[in-house]
Design a protein around this ligand. Structure first.
Ligand SMILES: Cc1cc2nc3c(=O)[nH]c(=O)nc-3n(C[C@H](O)[C@H](O)[C@H](O)COP(=O)(O)OP(=O)(O)OC[C@H]3O[C@@H](n4cnc5c(N)ncnc54)[C@H](O)[C@@H]3O)c2cc1C
Length: 643
């Protein structure tokens, strides 16, 4: 029987010694003291492996063989509803019957209480079979988890103080429906004039005298928007309140009556006719005074959305890795068979180099994804359940939570950025390795490329990930510049004195990354000093310490954000693989292969950051001054007309 788990040694590593499943299980199982839970880490891990094995076979045997058929059939819009073709319906009925929608939900809410990391592993297995099946599947369990996360943070979930089990939660009915496979949801943010720029969102929520909220407005590009439960970001403050005027709502999009009729509160205007991901419906929605429940407080919406979207970004990371894995395998199999000029094409140096790079890319990305997901989950679980473990030191726990969260915050945009970009790159290479036949539908390489192309766009574009990673890096340097110098000195010392040749190379990579960061920070400070120069002396302290304008003062950092992000991601992967190699020497060769490619890349990126950009920034500034003058004169002209 084919299995997408058994044939994947790297994934098997993470289902064994590569991850501290015991720590995740202990927190989720209340120190193994729950009467209906696992009694020890070995039992829990045994169960996690069984689930992954089952999904590995399901993906290989019951999803992958139908991926091309599902892609051709797509989903259909008719009578105001979205209809799945029978094959897709059968797949989701099976996923529901296996209980997978409740995989990471607490047992007391109808779930299996497994770690979210196991959910991501299963997502990767499904995504290798078909990215869009994985995506639609994600809008079941992840929406139920979002309900739990948001109700916990608004204080409407009560835990038993002696065990940490959920006693009561605001959305228990909805969660039970999703866990049973009878409903799913969506996340409704994007509007026709507001995508990356959330401050421009216009859909408005109003509250009547009786305290009942309704939403009016339009949302577009909503994945699985034909679902029942919609988290909707809507404006409760004026437009000029920007992000602070946004709030989070849960909207029940329809009600199914006992006589079989469906009454809709949210209208589906259309489903998008899109390039790929055909098993996932992308809907345009209309809200016309749709009844809504406020979640949290008015004005909390952007913060709540960030909390949810970070998980979604890790999810896209795994989705992209799944696609990379599929592209690598398809390319490798073809290259071993296809002969050209007397040899199989995988014996031609150039193709062998492509395949080698693709292999190590997948290994590096998976290391980054597992690290981000583990740190995120252990941080959240320690914060939520740590106090229920025997002998916990609360202050120590709080420090650990902060360390885990910082690690997850650093790794998540790097993962979303690099995995999504690599999904496009690797699927394009897979097509190229196939030559002409790759361009034909029969092989499936073009489908991988079509499915991949959206990954750098949704859940925050690649450019937005790069801006976030750069902003966080620069903010840390501005807060503690001495820390950068200390880390630089340490890296220099290790690059010279470490007894391990690979550790010396990791340190060299870190030196290049830190040197690029230092260059950007120095340039930013120099520009700020120059801009402050013309101002009165008395205003300098405030200008240097407080008045930082993200648009005006960080132009150099923003210009190089993507280059810096690539450098940071290569560095992060090297550090993770080095730590694995330290614990498990069999992983050393992977670190070696990553470094062989990452070091020259880092030198190139470092050179670009330190030697390019001045000319473009000068031209942009001149254009901005010109536009400013134009805008000022047209405003003056307008004034004279009305005057
Ligand atoms: C298939 C699909 C499914 C989707 N699913 C959902 C969903 O479920 N829910 C939902 O709410 N949305 C969803 N979206 C919408 C998606 O999140 C947005 O398309 C995305 O955030 C980009 O917004 P935009 O399309 O308005 O592009 P824009 O924001 O207009 O961006 C256009 C380009 O400009 C770049 N850019 C923008 N601002 C900056 C800046 N400051 N600096 C540098 N570059 C910048 C962007 O990176 C991009 O390259 C989906 C989209 C697609 C295609």
């Amino acid at each position: 029987m084919a299995s997408f788990l058994d044939d994947n040694a790297d994934l098997l590593y993470y289902l064994g010694e590569g991850i501290d499943w015991g720590a995740l299980a202990a927190l989720g199982e209340g120190g193994f003291r729950h009467a209906d839970g696992f009694k020890n880490a070995a039992d829990a891990l045994g169960f996690y492996r069984e689930v992954a094995a089952l999904v590995g076979v399901f993906a290989a045997e019951e999803v992958a063989p139908y991926a091309a058929e599902i892609d051709r059939a797509g989903v259909v819009f008719g009578d105001g509803e979205v209809h799945f073709p029978p094959r897709l319906t059968a797949i989701f009925e099976k996923i529901g019957a296996l209980g997978l929608h409740g995989l990471a939900l607490p047992r007391e809410l109808g779930g299996m209480n497994a770690p979210i990391l196991l959910y991501y592993v299963c997502a990767e297995l499904l995504g290798r079979a078909d990215a869009s099946v994985m995506v639609h599947n994600g809008f079941h369990g992840a929406i139920a988890l979002a309900m739990l996360v948001l109700s916990s943070s608004e204080g409407t979930t009560t835990l038993d103080p002696s065990t940490g089990r959920v006693v009561k939660t605001r959305f228990s009915e909805e969660i039970a429906e999703i866990a049973a496979g009878r409903a799913w949801g969506s996340m409704d943010i994007t509007e026709p004039d507001a995508g990356s720029d959330m401050a421009a969102l216009r859909a408005a929520a109003t509250c009547d005298a009786a305290g009942a909220w309704t939403i009016t407005g339009q949302k577009i590009f909503i994945t699985s928007g034909h679902g029942k439960y919609h988290f909707v970001i809507a404006r409760t403050g004026p437009l000029d309140a920007g992000l602070d005027g946004l709030s989070m709502f849960l909207v029940r999009a329809f009600q199914d009556l006992p006589d079989g009729r469906r009454v809709r509160a949210v209208t589906i205007d259309r489903i998008e006719d899109k390039l790929g991901q055909h098993a996932s419906a992308t809907a345009a929605l209309r809200f016309d005074r749709a009844p809504a429940q406020l979640v949290g407080q008015p004005g909390d919406g952007f913060r709540q959305m960030l909390e949810l979207i970070n998980h979604a970004r890790i999810g896209v990371g795994f989705e992209a890795i799944a696609l990379c894995e599929a592209a690598l395998r398809l390319a490798r199999a073809y290259a071993a068979e296809r002969r050209s000029m007397g040899r199989a094409i995988d014996r031609h140096e150039l193709i062998a180099d492509y395949l080698d790079e693709m292999e190590i890319d997948v290994v590096g990305l998976r290391a980054l994804a597992m690290h981000a997901a583990f740190e995120d989950e252990i941080g959240h679980k320690k914060a939520l359940y740590g106090r229920f473990l025997p002998g916990g030191d609360v202050a120590q726990l709080a420090r650990e939570v902060e360390v885990h969260r910082a690690a997850a915050r650093r790794a998540t945009p790097l993962l979303k950025y690099l995995a999504a970009e690599k999904a496009v790159e690797l699927s394009r290479r897979c097509l190229q390795i196939h030559g002409g036949i790759g361009y034909m539908r029969e092989v499936g390489a073009e489908k991988l490329l079509r499915d991949a192309l959206v990954m750098p766009i949704y859940e925050g574009t690649s450019q937005i990930q790069a801006l976030m990673a750069t902003k966080d890096t620069m903010a840390a340097i501005m807060r503690a510049p001495q820390d950068l110098l200390r880390r630089h000195a340490q890296a220099r010392w290790r690059a010279l004195s470490s007894r391990d040749a690979l550790e010396r190379q990791v340190a060299r990579l870190q030196q290049l990354s830190l040197s690029a960061q230092q260059h950007i920070a120095t340039r930013t400070m120099t520009d700020k000093v120059r801009a402050t120069k013309g101002a009165p002396l008395a205003s300098w302290p405030a200008a240097m310490l407080k008045q930082w304008n993200p648009r005006r003062d960080f132009t150099f950092a923003l210009l190089h954000a993507e280059r810096l992000t690539r450098l940071l991601a290569d560095e992060e992967i090297a550090v993770i693989l080095a730590s694995q190699a330290h614990r498990h020497p069999a992983r050393r060769s992977l670190l070696e292969r990553h470094l062989e490619r990452a070091l020259p890349r880092a030198r190139f990126l470092h050179d670009e950051i330190t030697h390019t950009g001045q000319g473009l920034l000068a031209r942009l500034a001149a254009r901005e001054r010109g536009e400013g003058a134009g805008a000022a004169s047209s405003a003056a002209g307008g004034g004279s007309v009305t005057g």
